[in-house]
Design a protein. Sequence first.
Lengths: 452, 452
Amino acid sequence: MTAPRVPDVFDLIDRIDPLIDARDFPAIVEAISPASVDEVASLLKRLTVTEGAVVFRLLTKDRAVRVFEQLSAGVQSDLVHALKDAEVAEIFADLDPDDRVELLDELPATLAPRLLRGLSDKERRLTAAVLGYPKGSVGRRMTPEYISAREDSTAGEALERVRLRIDDAEAIYTLPVLDDSRHVVGVIGLKDLMRARPEDRVADLMRRPTVATAYADAEEAARTCASAGYLAIPIVDNESRLVGMLTIDDAMRVLQHEESEDAARQGGVEPLRRPYLATSIRSLASTRIVWLLVLAVGATLTVQVLEVFEATLEEVTVLALFVPLLIGTGGNTGNQAATTITRALALGDVRPRDVWRVLARELGVGLSLGTLLGLLGGTITSLVYEPRIGLVIGLTLLAVCAMAAAIGGVMPMIARALRVDPAVFSNPFISTFVDATGLIVYFVIARAVLGI
Amino acid sequence: MTAPRVPDVFDLIDRIDPLIDARDFPAIVEAISPASVDEVASLLKRLTVTEGAVVFRLLTKDRAVRVFEQLSAGVQSDLVHALKDAEVAEIFADLDPDDRVELLDELPATLAPRLLRGLSDKERRLTAAVLGYPKGSVGRRMTPEYISAREDSTAGEALERVRLRIDDAEAIYTLPVLDDSRHVVGVIGLKDLMRARPEDRVADLMRRPTVATAYADAEEAARTCASAGYLAIPIVDNESRLVGMLTIDDAMRVLQHEESEDAARQGGVEPLRRPYLATSIRSLASTRIVWLLVLAVGATLTVQVLEVFEATLEEVTVLALFVPLLIGTGGNTGNQAATTITRALALGDVRPRDVWRVLARELGVGLSLGTLLGLLGGTITSLVYEPRIGLVIGLTLLAVCAMAAAIGGVMPMIARALRVDPAVFSNPFISTFVDATGLIVYFVIARAVLGI
């Protein structure tokens, strides 16, 4: 039990693989019974869809629902396709409304109405409330099954209300405090209610609320909840009236998905639906080929630029030696700026309207870096080759660093202003863009300095 | 209250900046009083250290401690330096032991003993327990102030124990269940205890525990807690005995720090200590210069490689035109592979010992991508230039893609095996490395095909 968790899952796979092949169901049940819910979920993600369905069917019903809740929507939808309709309907009815909606988004449109029809009236109504918000909004990820407290009640009354409603609620550890018109006027932790004297007034115990509107971006709301370390934040309508709660576990799911997507996009790949080793080589290649082709087509620009300057190159072949160094440095500087600004946008540290401030700062950073590299590179090149070549290299490094930092910093801002994911202007994209412009700068400077 | 949160903080800064300059304390108090704790924390991060200290002093004591807890350790330590010793001692005493230790790690060694001396015996003992674990381990991030339940007790008894100990505990929503020797045999949510009948046995209500040892990597344990959506996981010693709980808010802090670090490193920059706009141009440049210099030095390899093949270049100048395209494509393919594998390592989807599997898969992906790009690039080049040049370009694209994917995939694995952060082999690093090798491949193929 004390071993680190990750190896456990791989050990479990090694033990369970032959059991599945042999269809030895009792042995499978025995193998997974000591595993916790998250370990079983981790196992299912790593098995093939058919193998996963075999293991899933062997779980007790209660465990099955808990395991299912922990799978990503992609893996859930694969599993749903491998299970029988009756099995799916049973799990579907036991999910929380927000988890249900997340799954529906992944399923084919024909399946969704059939599943919804199988729900009780109450569950269908709760699900419909969540389904009413646009995709990507926090309204889709909130739970409508919360317990609220009234501003004018006492701690004892609020606790009694928790006890009465506990069976129907998903979120109970953070209670939104409401006034007569259902406006959120505060929040209070269950712990604070339990610590208070029964006659203490909720209004005196509550703290100021951090809320998000149901139409707000799910990632932004999730980050607010998670980085403040709240167990849940109230979600309100446009009139500040409570409509649901975003719980920390749902916030975590949103963030983990977004972080994986950002990390992938920044490297110029699409995120994987399943763990790396459970993804086929064909799927891996398909997450990369589109970007690689786009970038290769973009890179033909560099061929054209060099063709324009071919005569210069033939005259002074030594200029060709520095091409990879110069465009490489430009690409690196651009990547550094883009990485910093993309993260700052994700954390809400920079807003689209700060674009001019960012441009000015990145130009400043690029000029500082370029001056240093230019002096260094220029001097060394002067000594090894000749002073005029050194001057060309020094000036080009200065110009390319300043330009690359400015472009790299502003690109993610433009993306955000256009309402596309800033990480789409990935590092490879910026490198390619900076390559072509860097070459033009290089040859213009070379011609001027060398007088050709 | 319904507006999205991020603009609020910036509005608050705009309103508060002149008030701080005017030293108009009552107006500052009024401006921040409707803000929630996380909004004030967000404000403090974005002010200068001196301005932050002014605002911080105006908070009520209870709010001050809550705000302080939400700041990153870097910002906390800046603030501590700006406050008076007595003020620091007061806040320090009110922090949870794990938060205290996180702050101590950031403070100069001379300050730590002074602060520890100011604590009560009990608090000092609790802090010492956490301080005993190595830096980077989850033992440093756990809270020793938890409430446990006994396996052989009833739900009613367990709830009574929660009520009695609630004032001293940080983690109360997830209770570890212990046997007679303090081994963790299960966990139970406070909600499940409250829903149960008082006479129900804890042993029947609890679920299988997911635990981590106190010496385990903090990031790994935090990811286990967060991705399973647990509010806390038990932390045990090497004999499986409970020593503390890792709560979700502390897990979130660990993960947010690691994600920021990974995102930064992958772009070849060091993470920022404060929000982007609150960081000086000088500090921004200093987070980038070291990597940029290292990469520029690495890139001089490409100059040397090209020098070796200078005669070939002079003979067939057209070869120079494709240098940026070829090394760019190599860099992109390498980045894609590195990004995918770095994320897979962070998520625990790939272990160091899978290195051969990763190598084989990435070679497969690289060969598929290379075949496609090679056929396309070779054909187009044949038509625009001449067939022999087309053959050189096609073959080089094939070879470079296969090589770059293999190198990009294996590099993060090597880093992990050497116990350094896989993100240190950043995308710029891999590009630079692949550039030099790609050029050698290019000219070797060109010489062979063109017979020079």
